[in-house]
Each structure stands twice: as structure tokens, then as C-alpha cells.
Design a binder for this molecule. Structure first.
Ligand code: PMP
Length: 381
């Protein structure tokens, strides 16, 4: 199976040998102390590393602002528990990350999608949605959005924050893959433009490194952080200490930056290979985003196209894609699908896109052909 569906880095890129050495060294240095419960808010050195990296990205943060969690998925869950009451409304980009949608719903939220344009969440649509809906918060991915790969430029970020400030609405900023930039200039997170303490920023090692250690973080204003910490305690007491120690050491040794340098080059090549193959093999009436980073891009079929049908046909030919309906809160999205460009090597990506191009052509030709009702025989021509 050529996997173009999942937004997870290729396991063959995981620096397992370097991590093995770091874990070994940490256990030798810390002994049994590494195997205790960690501090509930997280291991101090790791909080420091994360505060430094976030500050370098343009949003000044102190180690105390950082709460370590078991993956940003746990962060989303804690935020859902804390902030959503039965019947509350939550705004999300349409499309958005499907497992976040699930959490907001789990806690009883009415989820309202806000349309995006080619630069991410549309300020006009955001403002209009806030006038229509009294939302508890907006969940947004300003950098290399999942699923579209789109990013907001700096003026757009300022504008979104200005609107959020005026409406006094919370902003959940999912910064899951912001370190995976392959072109263009880095833009600070929304948190950098937050003057009223409205932003809760989520981060993770899962995309820039690997997901298996299950370590992520929340950066939030003090009051919110303290309440999230109470929930974190109730949930699992603390995030795995040896995992945090290993990650802190991995970062301090410069291994994370070395790894990032490597995967950025690799991913950039894979993205280029995918876009070139799309230009070669897809019909011209398919539009595609051209991300500057991240893991995924987003394709839109002409009217009448149905990505669920394409998925079915593609699977029969050994190819997986993610259909758009997974990512919309309201059952929309049939004309769209998401492709991941990080999970396979360049040759398999080219092969996959060639197959997909032919599947799409067959699908669109069938759609154009006049449909026959059940039981109806083909007319003699
Ligand atoms: N946010 C987004 C947008 C994601 O794609 C993912 C992983 N699929 C997560 C959060 C959760 O990642 P993790 O729990 O591994 O940090």
C-alpha cells in the first residue's frame, strides 16, 4: 500500500539509534530517579528547552508558562474538559483536524466551521461567525494547517488576534508542525500577538521527531494553566519522566536541531516530487495547495467530484488517501482530499500520484457520463 493518507512522519526517518544512546546515558546518569513520578507540570529542563524554543520562534515564554502533557492530544482533551460546557459553541477552521473535532464533540460542544481562503482562516468569515455565534473559543492552526497545509502571514495573524480580542473569545493555537518549514520565512505564533492572555498554545514532538514517547506541551496564561494542571493530575498524575528526560537531553545535545535539518531537506524533496507529479499526472481542473512546510496538501475536485469514491477506487489499486469529509464539522468536503507527502519516498510518491491521476480521470469521466437509473437499460446508439 502506498500511504498518502496519514499525517505522520516516515518511521524510517526516526533517529532511533541516537535516541537509544540518549536514553541509555540518561538512565546511567539519573539512575532510579529517572523512574519515579515526575513533577505534575513537567520536568524542569524540558520546560526550559520548550520555553527557549518558543521564545526563539517569536513568542516570549518562561519555563513556568509551560505545562508538559502526554502528547498534544491530551492537551486538547484537557482544554475540552476545562472549557466546554454542554451546549457551548466552538469555532474551528473548515476543514480542521478530525481528532480535535471529536474531542470538542465529546464534551458536548456545538462545532461551527469557519471557511478558509488561500491564506488560512478568513478574518472576514471569522468576524461574521463571531457575530452569529457566541463561541467559547476558536481552534486554529495558523502554520501548515492540518489538513490543508496553508499558513497565515503576519498581517493575517495580527488581524485574527485583533478580532479575537474585540470579541473576547479564547484562541486555541495548535502549533503541531510549525518547525517543519521548507521554504519562506518563519512567522511567529499567534501567541506573539496576544496582548490580553487569550491564547493557549499547544506543541508536540510527534511531528518534528516521532510520536511514540507521547510528549507534548501547553503554554497558557497562569490561571488557565493552573486549572489545566488540576485536570492533568486527575487524569494521569504526570507525564512519563524518563520520556521527558530523554527528550530534554536529546534537545540539549543539539540532536533535535540536527534531526530537523535532515528531515526538512528530505520532506522538501518529497513535497517537490509530489507537486511535480501532480502537475504531470492530475487533470488540470484539480486545484492543489502548495504548502511551505508541514506534512500535507489539499486537493479540490471540480463540481460533482467525490473523494470517497476516489478513495475506494484508489484502495483497490494499492493507494490510500484521506477524504475531505473526515475534516469538516458538518458532513461537507466530498470534493476534497488530503495527501501526505512525508510518509513515502519520492519514487513511491510519484508512482502513487500517477495511479491517483488515472483514478481521478476515470472517476470524473464516469461522473460526466449520463447516469442510468436502476433497472434502466442502456440506450441503443
Ligand atoms: N494536532 C494535530 C493538528 C495533529 O495532526 C495531531 C496528530 N495527528 C495532534 C495534534 C496530536 O498529536 P500528539 O498527541 O501526538 O502530540
Amino acid at each position: 500500500m502506498i500511504r498518502l493518507a496519514g499525517a505522520v512522519p516516515d518511521p524510517s526517518t526516526y533517529p532511533s539509534e541516537r535516541m537509544r544512546k540518549v536514553i541509555h546515558d540518561v538512565l546511567r546518569r539519573e539512575g532510579a530517579d529517572a523512574l519515579a513520578y515526575g513533577p505534575p507540570a513537567g520536568y524542569a529542563s524540558l520546560r526550559e528547552v520548550i520555553a527557549t524554543r518558543t521564545t526563539q520562534s517569536g513568542a516570549p515564554v518562561r519555563p513556568d508558562d509551560v505545562l508538559i502533557v502526554a502528547g498534544s492530544q491530551q492537551g486538547l482533551d484537557l482544554i475540552g474538559r476545562l472549557m466546554i460546557g454542554e451546549g457551548d459553541s466552538v469555532l474551528v477552521e473548515a476543514p480542521t483536524y478530525s481528532n480535535a473535532l471529536q474531542i470538542w464533540r465529546l464534551y458536548g460542544a456545538r462545532v461551527v466551521g469557519v471557511p478558509m481562503d488561500e491564506d488560512g482562516l478568513s478574518p472576514t468569515q471569522f468576524g461574521a461567525a463571531l457575530r452569529r455565534v457566541r463561541a467559547k473559543f476558536v481552534y486554529v492552526m495558523p502554520t501548515f494547517q492540518n489538513p490543508t497545509g496553508l499558513s497565515m502571514d503576519e498581517p493575517r495573524r495580527r488581524e485574527i488576534m485583533r478580532i479575537a480580542r474585540e470579541a473576547e473569545v479564547g484562541v486555541i493555537e495548535d502549533h503541531f508542525d510549525a518547525d517543519l518549514r521548507y521554504s519562506g520565512v518563519p512567522v511567529p505564533p499567534l501567541r506573539a500577538y496576544d496582548t490580553a492572555g487569550q491564547v493557549i498554545l499547544l506543541g508536540t514532538f510527534s511531528k518534528m521527531l516521532f510520536p511514540g514517547l507521547r510528549v507534548g506541551w501547553i503554554i497558557a496564561p497562569r490561571e488557565v494553566r493552573e486549572r489545566l494542571l488540576e485536570m492533568k493530575l486527575a487524569c494521569d498524575l504526570a507525564t512519563s519522566l524518563p520520556a521527558q528526560m530523554a527528550l530534554a537531553e536529546f534537545c540539549v545535545r543539539g540532536e533535535l536541531d540536527r534531526h530537523l535539518e535532515k528531515v526538512r531537506k528530505l520532506h522538501a524533496g518529497r513535497l517537490r516530487a509530489m507537486l511535480d507529479a501532480i502537475d504531470t499526472y492530475f487533470p488540470e481542473n484539480i486545484s492543489t495547495t502548495r504548502p511551505q512546510g508541514g506534512m500535507t496538501l489539499w486537493c479540490t475536485l471540480p463540481d460533482g467530484g467525490d473523494a470517497l469514491e476516489i478513495l475506494e477506487m484508489a484502495e483497490e489499486r494499492g493507494l490510500s488517501i484521506a477524504p475531505g469529509v473526515w475534516f469538516f464539522p458538518d458532513g461537507d468536503g466530498r470534493r476534497h482530499f488530503r495527501l501526505s507527502f512525508v510518509g513515502e519516498g519520492e519514487d513511491r510518491i510519484r508512482k502513487g500520484i500517477e495511479i491517483l491521476g488515472s483514478v481521478i480521470r476515470t472517476h470524473l469521466a464516469r461522473r460526466r457520463a449520463p447516469r442510468r437509473r436502476e433497472g434502466e437499460t442502456a440506450p441503443f446508439l
